[in-house]
Design a protein around this ligand. Structure first.
Ligand code: GLN
Length: 534
């Protein structure tokens, strides 16, 4: 078992998650058993309670954990399933320690950051490796080197390196080379400083990955190597690329995988097999046909809030060699007057998940537009719920029908709180979360897309279609094509007399992978292509 720690320096948002996933992909493609985990230095127990503006998307694992977005990259790149153990926060670490302290397990000792917090971090660093026989565990440390809250993680990783030795623990540091437009120069000083910061904490990076807008001249690499104590061949450049899916090739060209395997004395003979990955990237690059997908949501200013949806569209687009242009439509800006104009040119309309009242009317208007104009429609979670509301209001004629999340006293609560949700007051981790089976009705659109009788999809919601209204809906033409058999919950709705109109209570975007695109996204894109050509 070997451990790779990935730290970040200079600034955040350098793409540590993508670098980690790309490296893991290269090692996996050489036949190694690899997994990835993320450690986040904030005090929330998980990101489930965080506003998307703060944190971007919350990624849900099949076992029902609300986790960091980077786990989405890990799953999409490697085709693996992560679990609640793949994302640890400082909140989780402290929660475990405080519970132990209250139980009297520290036997009268003073509980301290060193050794108690660092020991708990080390226990978590090595936990996955105890559950499954991995060859390599890659751990991404969130935050930036030099942050106060990152210190215990760096110290714990330093200790693990001391205990297991350099043949089993390696440090990779991702840093930024700054380009000064005024003098047209690349600058290495911030990188030197961030490596110094790591060294001050007792960690010598083994590999440096330098994010740079322009290729690094040879002398500059030599200089960085000399000043940071990193071997020259381990100073690796990562020049900005048009798509994140090219990063594995870029790192392969720089021989990152070989540098790491040599350091660990692992065999480097077999070339990584990236043929399927390459076919996907070629499809993306060669795409000529263009479709425009309107993504209607209330967090559209921050594209990261819809990361998995965006990537799922990209996966479908690469395999169909279709270029997807996303029109980011702010639901709060849609009005009955402008909806036509704002959605003009869209070949497909996707209404996004969400919580709360803001922008709800806009979502309903967008759905109505898609239904009446026969534009392909795909509603996810709240998007599905609002498709039910729109249908009740405008087809069944129940103008005041709504979800009780938005309108608690509606006379037609077509979407309502699930019974098991009624008693709950705690917010963290209490939704219907994780993977559930769904039975698909034969002969429906869902059946045609999935081509199987039972599927498993991941959930994150408190409300659901109210079964009291189901038969009225179905008689008027909105059919339930997928249900959770155990509780008879409606999970998929669709309109048969429409070219493509489907709403799903679950989040299919979490299961789309580069090498395995999701059938709903694929079908939606195909319908958009047909609409564009018609
Ligand atoms: N707010 C809705 C619910 O809780 C939908 C949630 C979502 O879109 N993820 O049921």
């Amino acid at each position: 078992m070997r451990y790779i720690f990935i730290t970040g320096g200079v600034v955040s948002s350098l793409g540590k998650g993508i670098v980690a996933a790309s490296l893991a992909k290269l090692l996996q493609a050489r036949g190694f058993r690899v997994t990835l985990q993320k450690f986040d230095p904030y005090l929330n127990v998980d990101p489930g309670t965080l506003n998307p503006y703060e944190h971007g998307e919350v990624f849900v694992t099949y076992d029902g954990a609300e986790t960091d977005m980077d786990l989405g990259h890990y799953e999409r790149f490697l085709g693996i399933q992560t679990t609640r153990h793949h994302n640890v926060t400082t909140g989780k670490i402290y929660q475990a320690i405080i519970e132990r302290e209250r139980a009297g397990e520290y036997l009268g000792k003073t509980v301290q950051v060193i050794p108690h917090v660092t020991d708990e971090i080390k226990r978590r660093f090595t936990l996955l490796a105890q559950q499954e026989p991995y060859d390599l565990v890659i751990t991404e440390l969130g935050g930036t080197v030099g942050d106060i809250e990152s210190l215990p993680y760096i110290e714990a990783a330093r200790q693990l390196h001391y205990e297991l030795g350099p043949l089993r623990v390696l440090f990779l540091h991702l840093t930024l080379i700054v380009y000064l437009e005024a003098t047209r120069e690349l600058k290495t000083k911030p990188t030197q400083h961030s490596v110094r910061e790591l060294q001050r904490a007792g960690v010598q990076p083994d590999v440096l990955i330098c994010r740079t807008p322009k290729p690094l001249p040879k002398e500059m690499r030599a200089k960085i190597a000399l000043l940071t104590n990193v071997p020259r061949n381990a100073v690796i450049q990562a020049v900005d690329v048009p798509t994140i899916y090219e990063v594995p090739f870029q790192l392969r060209k720089e021989k990152l995988d070989e540098v790491i395997l040599r350091r660990f004395r692992l065999p480097t003979r077999a070339e990584p097999d990236l043929s399927r990955w390459r076919a996907f990237v070629e499809g993306l690059k060669k795409a000529q046909r263009l479709v425009r997908i309107a993504l209607v949501g209330k967090y559209v200013e921050l594209h990261d809030a819809y990361k998995s949806i965006h990537e799922a569209l990209t996966h479908a687009s690469g395999w169909q060699s279709t270029k997807v242009e996303v029109l980011w439509v702010h639901s709060a800006e849609l009005t009955p007057k402008n909806v036509e104009l704002k959605l003009k040119g869209a070949h497909g309309i996707l209404v996004a998940p969400g919580f709360g009242e803001r922008g709800i009317l806009g979502k309903i208007l967008a759905i109505r537009h898609a239904r009446l104009r026969h534009i392909p429609f795909f509603g996810i979670c709240l998007g599905m719920q609002m498709a039910v509301v729109e249908f009740a209001q405008n087809v069944l004629g129940w103008g005041s029908a709504h979800s009780t999340e938005i309108y608690p006293d509606t006379p037609y609560p077509v979407i309502d709180l699930m019974p098991e949700q009624r008693q709950l007051s705690a917010k963290g981790g209490t939704m219907r979360l994780g993977s559930y089976p769904c039975e698909i009705k034969e002969g429906t659109l869902a059946w045609r897309l999935y081509q199987k009788p039972v599927i498993h999809e991941r959930h994150r919601h408190r409300y659901e279609l109210n079964n009291a209204y189901r038969s009225a809906m179905e008689s008027a033409g909105l059919i339930v094509s997928g249900r959770y058999p155990e509780k008879d919950l409606a999970e998929i709705v669709e309109l048969p007399n429409h070219p493509f109109f489907i709403g799903v209570q679950f989040h299919p975007e979490f299961q789309s992978q580069v090498e395995n695109p999701h059938p709903l996204f694929t079908g939606f894109l195909e319908a958009a292509v047909r609409y564009a050509g018609a």
